[in-house]
Design a protein around this ligand. Structure first.
Ligand code: NAP
Length: 243
């Protein structure tokens, strides 16, 4: 039976690396993105060139109607299947000091990271619970553990996602569905390309930014059968940055 993994925000960065890795692990990958169709098509092309299978499923993770419509159409196209791995990865930064932060910057970041998690996960949970098999992996951040100045919105969203991870893990454990969070430090993607890497890497004990493939390897383990006894955890991947 084909095993399906949905990765949100898989057109670029961490999500792309995760899609490629999970496809390599044997999952049929469902590549979500918001607007960057070309990049998403490139992810799919790379999946297929490596011998994997995948499909695109665009929707805005902060729009509950769009999510319901997209997931319904997926289900109609795959009446006998269910999605057993969900990687809630899509996320944005809209940094500003709190005294300057606009309402829109606050709500956009919360809507994408936190509400997105809620809108998608609630739709996929039932099938995972019925099949007594599921992996939910939430992309949190060092920022959600430590708090980073200039990111009250982002730190709040990621900390809330961590709280939700721990609560949901306890709700669904009896049905063999695990829920974990990954907390990356600085990983080289579009999201971090404007940061001063030369300065920041001095703070990182391992002396470099992480690679998307390294986060993908951790996600692969959490998505696998071998991680069955790990749930409700937040796993840091940050080169030794103190959290
Ligand atoms: P990125 O390179 O900026 O890519 C973001 C991805 O999310 C893109 O695929 C984008 O799609 C998608 N996306 C954004 N808003 C969306 C929405 N409303 N609906 C659907 N998809 C949406 O970011 P990244 O660095 O890979 O980050 C991935 C996740 O890791 C985020 O949750 C981020 O907070 C977290 N994280 C990253 C780092 C880091 O150092 N990079 C560290 C800690 C945590 P489009 O291409 O269509 O725009």
């Amino acid at each position: 039976m084909t095993k399906y993994a949905l990765i949100t925000g898989a057109s670029r960065g961490l999500g792309k690396a995760i899609a490629l890795r999970l496809a390599n692990d044997g999952f049929a990958v469902i590549i979500n993105y918001q607007s960057n169709k070309e990049a998403a098509e490139d992810t799919l092309k790379q999946v297929q060139e490596a011998g994997g299978t995948g499909e695109l499923l665009p929707f805005d993770v902060s729009n509950p109607q769009a999510i319901d419509t997209a997931l319904e159409s997926w289900q109609n196209a795959h009446p006998d299947d269910y999605i057993s791995v969900l990687v809630n990865n899509a996320g944005i930064r809209q940094d500003n000091l709190m005294i300057f932060m606009q309402e829109e910057q606050w709500s956009k970041v919360l809507d994408t990271t936190l509400n997105g998690f809620f809108y998608i996960t609630r739709r996929l949970l039932k099938d995972m619970m019925t099949h007594r098999n599921g992996r939910i992996i939430n992309m949190a951040s060092l920022s959600g553990l430590k708090g980073l100045p200039g990111q009250t919105n982002y730190s709040a969203a990621k900390a809330a996602l961590i709280g939700a991870t721990k609560a949901l893990a306890q709700e669904v454990a009896a049905r063999k569905v695990t829920v974990n969070a990954i907390a990356p430090g600085f990983i080289a993607t579009d999201m971090t390309k404007e940061l001063d890497e030369a300065e920041l890497k001095k703070l990182i004990p391992l002396g470099r930014f992480g690679k998307p493939e390294e986060v993908a390897a951790l996600t692969s383990f959490l998505a696998s059968d071998e991680s069955a006894y790990i749930t409700g955890q937040v796993i840091s991947i940050n080169g030794g940055l103190y959290t």
